[in-house]
Every structure is written in C-alpha cells, then in structure tokens.
Write a protein that binds this ligand. Structure first.
Ligand SMILES: [Zn+2]
Length: 497
C-alpha cells in the first residue's frame, strides 16, 4: 500500500460539510475588502483582508472563474495540480462571508500571538458541483538548496515573520448541500453541511494540520504509531492489516484504518491537556479509501470522538477542542488556550472538585480577570470529554462570548454538580449555560446559578444538536442512531496493536 499522494501536492480531501455565514467575529477582528487585483485572465479576483486589532492576519484572494492559482515551483509540482489550478466558478456571497467568518475566528485565536508584519495569503478557488468536498493545503518555503523547510508557510510567517513563498490554497466544491450560518453556535443544527465550520476546518489544514510523506515537516514528527514509534522521514508506512505483529522493525511506521489507526499526535502541550486520561495523544486518521478503491495513508485529521477536525461521519462540534488547540501550540503557534477553555477533562472514572474559574483574560494573556466575563467566541468554561466522572464545579464560569458554553459535557455517565453559590453564565449571543452534548446516563445536580441571557441563549440544554455534515449523513441522540453511512461502519477488520 503506497501513499498515492505525491510530494508537494497533497490537497486534503476533506469530505467536509460546510456552511456558515459572515459574522463579525468578536473583539476587534476587522475585515475589509481591499481592492481588485488583475490576474492572468478574465475578471479580477477580489482581496479581503482580515485583521486582529490592526495586525494583519489573512489576505483572502478569492479567484473568479477562469483565474489560475499561483503556480507551484517545480520542486512541488507533479502536474496533478492542474486539475485544480483554475477556478471553475465564482464564489457566492454567502461563501465569501463564510470564509471571512471562519478566518476571523482564526484571527481571534492566533492574532494575539502572531509576529508577522504582512498577512498570510490564502487563495480561494471555487470548484464545480462534481466536487463534493472542500479542501485546503499549504506548503513549506524552499531554502537556498531548493529543499522544503520543516514548517508550512503560515507557521513560518505567523511565528517567525518569514513570509510564505506560496499562498495557502482553499478549494470549495459546489457539490455539497451546504447551509450558511451567520453566527457561531456550539452545536451544528444538522440541516446541511455547516459551511462556516467546514471552512474553519480547512483553515486548520492550511495552518499545518497535515502529513506529507517524505517531507521533514514538523507535523509528521509529532506522530507516533500504536507501538509508540515516532514517525521520521525515511520510515516506511505499513498498513496494520498487512503487518506481521511478531515483527518489531523500527524502520516502519504502522497505520491502521481510519479513526482506529493507532496513530496519535503527541507533543508537550497536547500532553498537558490530556494528562490523566487514557489517551496517549490525539488519535490521528489512518488508512483511507479514496472512493475509487485505492487505499492511502491519510494521517491528516484529528480523531477525537466527533471532532470537527476529524474524518468521522458524525461530528457535533463546530470548534476545536482544547487538545486540538494545544496541537497547534505544539506546531509552533503562540495561542492563549485558556482564553477558550477554562479546563478540559479527558480522563475517565475520576472524582474531581474543579476550582478552576473561567473569566476574561488579562491583556498579556497570562491570567484570568476575576469576575469579568470571558468574551472569546465559543469559549467554554469546562469541557468534559471523558466518561463516568463525578465532577463538582466549585468556581464561577462566565463564558460570555458568542456561542459560549459554561459547561459542555460529552462522554457519558458523568455526574455534574454545580456547587451552591457558584455561577455558570453564558450570557452572550447563542450562549449555553450547561450543555450535555452526547452520551447517556448523565446527571446534573444544579445548586448554583445557571444563566444564558443573550439572544438565542439556552441555560440548560440536553441535546446533541445536529451533524456538522448534515443529519442526512448520520444522526444521533442518546437512543437514536441512523443514517445512510451506518452500514459502512460495520468494520470487517479492526487491527490493534
Ligand atoms: Zn480535512
């Protein structure tokens, strides 16, 4: 089994569902349309600049039909990109708005810690209805020896102010049933592919979440297989189902199927978030079928349960979990993770008194400001990913940003007690005080105060929401599970070490 992705031309085919809308993201993320740029052909593309408090973050170059993406240098080109190199259609206004909405949320996450003096360029191409996906990629700079450096362009530009030599590329197919939310919600509604969240996912790839075989990319080197062997260039990728487990060769890297690949992403920040859990790291997507019967080593999606950055058919997050934000820190980004999560519990079977509060952050991002509501978009005071925990919340959680959540519980069989006099408030737009977003046999003992006083707010919500990919793809509830993909999930072989 060979990775069919050729050097330098990996475009992450995400089968992502998308939808979204234009939203002025929180704080002072500013979006402005700059001007029209003449390109090689036909109508001019349009530039949109996304800033964070005056700092340039992204320059979106939305190509019009017939315009070509910036040509790849020979070192990266295998000719296959020609299929994607020309925009096949103009993007609709709601697609552009969604790009800005997702880019603005990334600006909110990255902006405080970036050191770049010019925006990261992102070229966006519309593809026709035969493309039932969205996808994105970015590539490393080439050094004087014409060899790829070990980070993709956006990492170098955002963290070291080394301008990317190539733009990031985002491709938007027209073949999916997208819906276009205009504001952020912590749960998808499932009426179609959530466009905003899909584009947010694609930006995740463009920012460096992606494996490219034979490159000295830093992402690759955070990967470990089910034996604990770290990936490095030169190791042969071997499918678990063709491997004799009696062997213990160190020059191979074992990869199982899909979310059960046994491969995980491990780094200092991820370890910090996952401490005490059964997870060795963030599970990473493994062998996939390309839809044409060809298997390949995908290794470019995070497979925490139901993650929006996964390749699972059911996803009910619209935002990165804390561990996923931590992975970006491991890739080199400076992120104030605690502006978005007060605390996350990935462990199972624990008895915990959580004295961690959640408030706005100080200007330097080093501490909470006692009593002042947090305003981060989709900020979450406490996230419970694990199962069968007994958790007493003993400090205030003020998640006042758009789509903010006081406590989000996934997992199952968790018992949550909000202690007397404790405030759990999510009073921003679309806020949710306490949300049970998955599982069954959960329990809430609410002795404190729970509010969601903003427009669209819900103080207590026991609801999985919908599927990011649309409920027609797959739909779940505590005692509901149906969808056209369910039969495909009857794995005939799952190999584990
Ligand atoms: Zn993807």
């Amino acid at each position: 089994m060979k990775n069919k992705i050729l050097a330098g031309k990996k475009i992450y085919n995400c089968k992502c569902r998308k939808h979204m809308t234009l939203q002025r993201s929180a704080l002072s993320v500013a979006v402005s349309m700059l001007c029209s740029l003449p390109l090689q052909q036909s109508e001019a593309s349009t530039l949109y600049l996304i800033n964070y408090k005056g700092k340039p973050i992204f320059e979106l170059q939305v190509l019009n039909a017939g315009e070509n993406m910036q040509k790849l240098p020979d070192a990266f080109s295998d000719g296959e990109e020609d299929e994607f190199s020309t925009a096949q259609r103009n993007l609709k206004d709601e697609e552009i708005s969604g790009l800005i909405m997702a880019g603005s949320l990334w600006a909110e996450i990255l902006g405080p810690g970036t050191v770049n003096t010019s925006p990261v360029k992102v070229q966006v191409l519309g593809l026709d209805e035969t493309h039932e996906n969205a996808s994105a990629t970015s590539l490393p700079n080439l050094n004087v020896q014409n060899e790829p450096e070990n980070v993709v362009g956006p990492i170098g530009q955002f963290t070291m102010n080394e301008p990317a030599q190539l733009p990031a590329y985002v491709f938007i197919g027209e073949g999916l049933d997208f819906i276009y939310p205009t504001t952020w919600h912590t749960l998808p509604d499932g009426d179609g592919f959530d466009y905003a969240a899909t584009v947010f996912h694609e930006f995740g790839h463009a920012l460096g979440i992606g494996f490219i075989e034979d490159y000295e990319l830093n992402f690759n080197n955070f990967l470990y297989d089910c034996r604990g062997v770290q990936y490095s260039t030169g190791k042969e990728l071997v499918a678990l189902n063709s491997y004799n487990t009696d062997d213990s060769e160190e020059n191979i890297f074992l990869v199982g199927d899909g979310a059960q690949s046994g491969v995980y992403f491990k780094g200092q920040h991820v370890n910090e978030v996952l401490a005490g859990s059964d997870l060795k790291g963030i599970p990473v997507n493994g062998v996939e079928d390309d839809g044409c019967g060809n298997q390949f080593f995908e290794l470019s999606h995070f497979e925490l349960d139901r993650s929006m950055m996964s390749h699972q058919n059911y996803r009910n997050y619209t935002f990165f979990m804390e561990a996923e934000l931590a992975a970006l820190q491991d890739l080199g980004y400076t992120i104030d993770r605690k502006n978005f999560y007060g605390r996350s519990i990935y462990a199972n079977n624990q008895t915990i008194v959580n004295t961690q509060s959640f408030y706005a952050r100080t200007a330097d991002g080093n501490a909470y400001i006692n009593g002042q509501p947090n305003t981060a978009t989709l900020g979450t005071g406490l996230h419970v990913y694990g199962k069968n925990n007994k958790i007493t919340q003993a400090a205030d959680l003020l998640a006042g940003g758009t789509g903010g959540v006081g406590i989000r519980v996934d997992g199952s069989e968790n018992k949550i007690t909000i202690a007397d006099a404790v405030q759990v408030r999510a009073d921003g737009l679309n806020g949710t005080g306490v949300l049970f977003a998955y599982g069954s046999d959960q329990e809430l003992n609410a002795q404190g105060t729970i509010t969601a006083l903003g427009e669209g707010g819900v103080a207590l919500r026991f609801d999985f929401g919908g599927n990011l990919l649309g409920n027609e793809t797959e739909y779940r509830g505590s005692y509901i599970w149906y969808g056209k993909t369910i039969k495909l999930m009857e794995f005939t072989k799952i190999f584990r070490c």
